[in-house]
Design a protein around this ligand. Structure first.
Ligand SMILES: NC(=O)c1ccc[n+]([C@@H]2O[C@H](COP(=O)([O-])OP(=O)(O)OC[C@H]3O[C@@H](n4cnc5c(N)ncnc54)[C@H](O)[C@@H]3O)[C@@H](O)[C@H]2O)c1
Length: 349
């Protein structure tokens, strides 16, 4: 299959690109190379005859038309987005432009290309979204996000992603564009940009800096190893039912404090401090405004219909992740100079 992946120089997109090429798919990676991108993430496939890169902004209709006409993909996997909630609080405009207008331009470009090609039923527009569109759950393990949960986004990031999900469904209902959607929980793993919680904790711990925990650390997230997410996404683009959405999660609910303590324990074992534990560096800081209390995915549909299972537990995945950061210092050091990295963002006023 020839897949046009948007955002393939980012964290999850690059995992999709690497996995797709390793499985023999052709990939066209379309990425604007924003502050969050790193072409090093796809260096392992860059010389493959199955891989092509196009630097383009998904808001640029003319560039998208040229890319579709040149590469003639069988499917689109649309991951390009502004993705950091804290940045969406400080500067929501970029989230509206890329996540909403960019998705609109992608849908229009895909629709024109698909129509020109005679509307093949086999074409897929796979929109990759987040569980954050569903809002915040009560602290009750029996209640989880299903595909039927009503949307209730609460941050500029999640509301822009929710808008894009609605656009994708509308292009299916109105124009018949063959779409599939996925909503996934929090990812972690190799190549995670060093402004997100897991890398921040690992890198601050190693640098002897405070490990910042928002509020009381009791916010719960459902953690999934990025390579398991990439595997689920390829399954959905190949076998997902037309017009259907799938929730993806690892059933690994942890409070932020539990997650951070687990990371500290792994680091204590792998790179012991001269004295004490990395957990001694934990520092509670002012909470994020509108911080959702709990996210948890019910993955019954993707398990039952597509037989998907994550390959690692959260403990195994975190262990692999910590080891990756210990082994790849050159990668993360180069990104620490980028604008905003290492600063406290998203406090609002
Ligand atoms: N990170 C998570 O835990 C998570 C969970 C569920 C869903 N998602 C979704 O998965 C997707 C990828 O997330 P991520 O964490 O890999 O993000 P990321 O920030 O690491 O990467 C985003 C990529 O998109 C590119 N991009 C941004 N704006 C662009 C534009 N206008 N035109 C072209 N390219 C542009 C960036 O250059 C970057 O390479 C997003 O749509 C996000 O909403 C993320």
């Amino acid at each position: 299959m020839k897949i046009l992946v948007t955002g393939g120089a980012g964290f999850i997109g690059s995992a999709v690109v690497r996995l797709a090429v390793s499985r023999g798919h052709s990939v066209v990676n379309v990425d604007a190379l924003t502050y969050a991108a790193c072409l090093e993430n796809v260096a392992s496939v860059a010389d493959s005859p199955l891989y092509a890169f196009e630097q383009a902004d998904i808001c640029d209709a003319a560039a998208l038309k040229r890319i579709f006409d040149t590469h003639k993909p069988d499917a689109v996997m649309h991951l390009a987005a502004e993705s950091h909630v804290d940045r969406s609080i400080d500067g929501p405009r970029a989230f509206i432009e890329t996540n909403i207008m960019g998705t609109y331009e992608m849908l229009q470009a895909a629709r024109a290309y698909w129509t020109e090609a005679g509307k093949p039923e086999s074409f897929r527009f796979h929109h990759i979204s987040t569980d954050e569109v569903f809002g915040s759950l009560p602290d009750d393990p029996a209640v989880k996000f299903t595909e039927e949960t009503p949307y209730d986004p609460r941050s500029p990031y999640s509301s822009s992603k929710a808008s894009s999900d609605h656009l994708v469904r509308a292009w299916h209902e109105t124009y018949g564009l063959p779409v599939v959607l996925t909503n996934c929980s929090n990812n972690y793993g190799p190549f995670h940009f060093p402004e997100k919680l897991v890398p921040v904790i690992i890198l601050n711990a190693l640098a002897g800096k405070p490990l910042p925990i928002y509020g009381d650390g009791k916010n719960i997230r459902d953690w999934l190893f990025v390579e398991d997410h990439a595997d689920a996404l390829l399954l959905v683009v190949e076998k997902g039912e037309l017009g259907r959405s799938y929730n993806i999660g690892g059933e690994n609910e942890r409070t932020n404090l539990e997650l951070v303590k687990t990371l500290c324990g792994i680091l204590d074992a792998k790179r012991p401090k001269a004295s004490g534990s990395y957990a001694d560096q934990i520092t509670f800081v002012t909470d994020r405004p509108g911080h959702d209390a709990r996210y948890a995915i019910d993955p019954t549909r993707i398990r039952a219909e597509l037989n998907w299972r994550p390959s690692v537990t959260v403990e195994e995945g975190l262990e692999k992740t910590v080891q990756w950061y210990l082994d790849n210092e050159t990668w993360w050091r180069a990104l620490q100079d980028r604008q905003g990295v290492g600063e406290r963002l998203g406090k609002a006023s």
